[in-house]
Write a protein that binds this ligand. Structure first.
Ligand SMILES: Nc1ncnc2c1ncn2[C@@H]1O[C@H](COP(=O)(O)OP(=O)(O)OP(=O)(O)O)[C@@H](O)[C@H]1O
Ligand SMILES: [Mg+2]
Length: 264
């Protein structure tokens, strides 16, 4: 895999909420094939940056390029079909549907979505539905969720919901997946499983990941490089070891009264 090519470029992006600059003149690149970590104190603009990249909100200023194409302000459902996907800090599952049904709900290009096809081409719709189900079962197997396949998503633990979020990104041909604190509030065993799934998707299916996390152990296991945000822009970028030792980074955490979590 070409590691020198940028899959994503963020150029001088800003987002103001009233008078507050949540993201301020932020520039960064994500290399194709990488698992890039994003850390930073609470309120430093990490989730807002993801919202800007994934088309959930529009930037006040600046540009975002995906595979060289200007995607600034393109809504998330269009980016989704281009292979740019994200998960949310708070999982977005359908609580009254099973794990299997949740995965089958991920928008694809299913003919059944068009009423005219559902009415006049029922065989085609059935065949596609069977294909989607097969794919969903594959994803469930990959994520070791077989025992929960028919469980209502609302009954899953926090960690299992995060795995389901990751599973949703596997229902389509994702290229770049943004993970917003996929490991937060997850127990150590499940965190290990999530980490392994991320590594496998990266190595075996060529996913590029950009992930916001607070747990430095988890970040160190998976990510290179690590981007540190402070006050809406990039403060530092380097390996996790360099990040942990960097004075500016330590100061930015201390200044906010928070610390880099070491995973314990
Ligand atoms: N929709 C919004 N309206 C107004 N202010 C917002 C909005 N979204 C975020 N902010 C503000 O922008 C700043 C950055 O928030 P953001 O959620 O991006 O931080 P974060 O780095 O993801 O923090 P955390 O680590 O706590 O998740 C914060 O001061 C936050 O209160
Ligand atoms: Mg956040």
């Amino acid at each position: 895999m070409q590691l020198n090519e940028n899959i994503l470029q963020v150029d001088n992006v800003s987002k103001y909420f009233g008078g507050l600059a949540a993201v301020s003149n932020c520039s960064l690149n994500i290399k194709k094939g990488s698992i890039t970590g994003v850390i930073g104190p609470n309120g430093s603009g990490k989730s807002t940056l993801f919202n800007l990249i994934s088309g959930n909100i529009k930037p006040s200023d600046g540009n975002v390029l995906f595979n060289g194409e200007d995607i600034t302000g393109i809504p998330s459902y269009e980016l989704f079909s281009k292979g740019l996907l994200r998960t949310f800090q708070i999982a977005h599952e359908f609580t009254n549907l099973t794990v299997l049904e949740n995965l089958m709900m991920v928008p694809g290009d299913q003919s059944g979505e068009l009423l005219i096809n559902a009415l006049f081409k029922p065989k085609l719709v059935k065949k596609e539905e069977a294909k989607v189900k097969e794919k969903a079962l594959e994803v469930i197997e990959f994520l070791n969720l077989k025992h929960l396949s028919n469980e209502l998503a609302g009954n899953l633990s926090g960690g299992q919901k995060k795995l389901l979020e990751l599973g949703r990104t596997m229902m389509v041909n994702a290229k770049l997946v943004l993970l917003d604190e996929v490991g937060a509030g997850v127990n150590r065993t499940l965190l290990k499983d999530i980490g392994t799934a991320i590594l496998r998707l990266n190595k075996e299916q060529g996913y590029t990941f950009c992930m916001i996390e607070h747990d430095m152990d988890f970040i160190s296991r998976l990510c290179n490089p690590v981007i540190v945000m402070a006050e809406g822009s990039v403060l530092f970028e380097g390996t996790s070891d360099k990040v942990k030792k960097n004075e500016k980074v330590i100061e930015s955490y201390l200044g906010r009264g928070s610390k880099i979590r070491d995973g314990n």
